[in-house]
Write a protein that binds this ligand. Structure first.
Ligand code: ADP
Ligand code: MG
Length: 420
């Protein structure tokens, strides 16, 4: 099949009910249908899933989708099933299935009903599954969250490193890598590890023009400063990220005592409490969630108006992902980070217990955060440059949306001093 032979707009409407493609979706889908190895870099919420779902639905054979989280796979399978009268159109293959369930999955794939097969990377290493998949027609393999391949990414998964050799056993199938991680380093790693230097690459802009970036020096009065900030944003939804569970509890309490409706969220709370607090935030029973980075994966609240970092993040990549939860609806999103060099030292000390290679990566990533916090240039330009993107800090979209641009620091230029 060739992309000139099908009307993909019609198929988009038929399966998903959408009238238009978002961003680069159309080009990506054509590239996949034309059997190219394809690499897609789009920010979270950009619509990456549809890039492989639509080609899978309209092509012969089954597409294998590798995804790191069982919950995400289940969500997608349910969503695809709701588009069709055929339950077997999408399946998940993982270790929790019974023998009978596995047989049903195999039967549906063999009979050509299954268009999308979601697998966790560790399941794909199982001899039994690979043997079976070698015998059926595979349209392509999509690797979602492909940054898990790279140690420079924010979510390295060693199992992802074995994918290429397994895919090779499946024969000559196109490979699609997708990620929201924009650093050139991670991208390079992904292409190298998947052994696809020829991949057609599609990269969307990571600029979020509606987000305002600000860094404040962290002092003893940080709690009072945060309270003042929240009171200026009365009734608005926001997230406050802290490094430790203890700090989360402390800050949540201070806010509550000061009449702000806030709940804590971290991995030390039991699942029921976590779910309750998350729902309270989504349903707007509380304004603020004080959280560790455990909070946010898959959170899709469109009107988060501020994201505050009480402590500095581990990397600029994490900072971008975490602040990216603000202003999803295109409205205001204030991203405020508190910075003190003491926090950097704390993080470094924390990392010093880790293996040397990991430490080195950790330190290097942290230095970029320090540079971001200390810079006097446009923060948006700095962030986008980190992601390999050019940004014109005078005319670019959202150019005046940061503290350094609105209130330039008075600089003494070295050459001026020389003149004197
Ligand atoms: P990503 O994986 O890039 O973070 P998703 O695939 O989860 O993004 O998609 C984000 C949202 O965009 C979803 O709610 C999806 O339904 C929506 N979406 C995707 N493509 C389109 C489109 N062409 N038109 C309208 N909405 C779309
Ligand atoms: Mg996704």
């Amino acid at each position: 099949m060739n992309s000139n032979e099908i009307d993909i707009h019609k198929e988009l409407k038929k399966y998903f009910g959408f009238n238009q493609f978002k961003g680069l979706q159309e080009q990506v889908i054509k590239s996949i249908i034309n059997q190219n190895n394809t690499f897609v870099i789009m920010p979270t919420g950009g619509g990456k899933s549809l890039c492989y779902q639509l080609p899978a639905l309209i092509q012969k054979g089954t597409a294998i989708v590798v995804s790191p989280l069982i919950a995400l796979m289940k969500n997608q399978v349910d969503a695809i099933r709701s588009l069709s009268s055929e339950n077997g159109i999408a399946h998940v293959l993982n270790s929790s299935l019974t023998k009978t369930e596995i047989n049903q999955v195999k039967k549906d794939i063999t009979s050509g009903i299954t268009k999308l097969l979601y697998v966790a990377p560790e399941s794909l290493t199982k001899e039994e599954y690979v043997e079976f998949l070698r015998t059926v027609p595979i349209s392509f393999v999509a690797i979602d969250e492909a940054h898990c391949i790279s140690e420079w990414g924010h979510d390295f998964r060693p199992e992802y490193r074995n994918l290429r050799s397994i895919i090779k056993q499946l024969g000559d199938v196109p490979v699609i890598g997708l990620t929201a991680t924009a650093t050139p380093k991670v991208q390079e790693d992904i292409l190298k590890n998947l052994d696809m230097p020829d991949a057609k690459t599609f990269k969307a802009s990571f600029n979020r023009p509606n987000l305002y970036y600000e860094v404040r020096t962290k002092t003893k009065n940080i709690e009072a400063d945060i309270i003042r900030f929240i009171k200026q944003h009365k009734g608005k939804s926001g997230i406050i990220y802290c490094l430790s569970r203890k700090k989360v509890e402390e800050v949540a309490e201070v806010l509550q005592v000061n009449g702000i409706s806030a709940v804590p969220y971290h991995a030390g709370l039991d699942a029921k409490t976590r779910a309750k607090h998350q729902d309270m935030f989504l349903m707007e029973d509380v304004d603020v969630v004080v959280a560790t980075i455990a909070f946010g994966m898959g959170i899709d609240k469109p009107d988060v108006r501020f994201v505050i970092h009480h402590d500095i993040p581990k990397s600029l990549e994490s900072y971008y992902q975490e602040t990216g939860r603000a202003g999803r609806d295109g409205g205001e999103g204030h991203c405020l980070a508190y910075y003190s060099y003491k926090d950097v030292e704390k993080l470094e000390k924390f990392m010093s217990g880790k293996p040397v290679a990991e430490q080195e990566i950790g330190f290097a990533l942290l230095q970029e955060v320090v540079a971001y916090a200390e810079t006097s240039m446009s923060r948006r330009k700095f962030l986008l440059h980190y992601f390999g993107e050019e940004f014109d800090s005078e005319t670019g979209e959202g150019a005046d949306m940061d503290d350094n641009v609105r209130n330039p620091k008075v600089k003494v230029e070295a050459k001026d001093q020389v003149k004197m």
